[in-house]
Ligand binder design. Structure first.
Ligand SMILES: Nc1ncnc2c1ncn2[C@@H]1O[C@H](COP(=O)(O)OP(=O)(O)OP(=O)(O)O)[C@@H](O)[C@H]1O
Ligand SMILES: [Mg+2]
Length: 149
């Protein structure tokens, strides 16, 4: 890839349906394939896939549904995750390792360790999360890469 500049090389959007454990994880898998086809570094791909997977699961498990939009530019992967509620009452608490409000049913499926948001933050070069009760949560992750190197 030799493109230079600030424009997106590729943009993809995935709709995420609340409670859909059959399709859960598909967005992260599809993004992973796109990044592999673009020839990005496997370490970068792994970080983007982890962040997207955890954000996707959070939308499936904890939200009313939303979408994940990804812009891939020649030096970054920008992952924007938005849902339509219910929102996170205490973001500081939600970011703590081990904090989870997951139900017993969800824990039986293997989720609810309270490690998703901390792992997203660790995978990101830039991380931001905003949430409004009744309106939803907006999570932004940027991962830097150097295409073609
Ligand atoms: N999109 C969201 N909407 C509403 N609440 C959320 C959302 N994402 C996270 N949360 C809240 O933040 C808490 C911590 O999220 P985190 O992803 O770290 O852990 P978890 O999803 O509970 O467990 P794990 O990700 O380890 O399976 C959740 O339990 C939930 O209360
Ligand atoms: Mg989670």
């Amino acid at each position: 890839m030799t493109a230079r500049g600030t424009g997106a090389l590729m943009s993809v959007t995935y709709e995420i349906v609340a409670g859909d454990f059959v399709r859960a994880g598909e967005a992260a898998s599809k993004l992973k394939r796109v990044l592999q086809q673009l020839g990005l570094d496997p370490t970068i791909i792994r970080r983007a896939a982890i962040a997207t997977y955890e954000a996707e699961m959070n939308i499936v498990i904890h939200s009313y549904g939303g979408h994940i939009s990804v812009d891939i530019t020649c030096d970054s992967i920008e992952i924007l995750c938005e849902d339509s509620g219910p929102g996170i009452p205490d973001i500081e608490k939600a970011l703590q390792e081990g904090y989870s409000t997951a139900s017993e049913d969800v824990r039986e499926m293997g989720f609810g360790a309270g490690m998703g948001l901390p792992n997203i933050r660790r995978s990101a070069d830039d991380f931001s999360i905003e949430s409004r009760i009744g309106q939803g949560t907006r999570l932004q992750v940027r991962i830097l890469h150097r295409a073609g190197e």
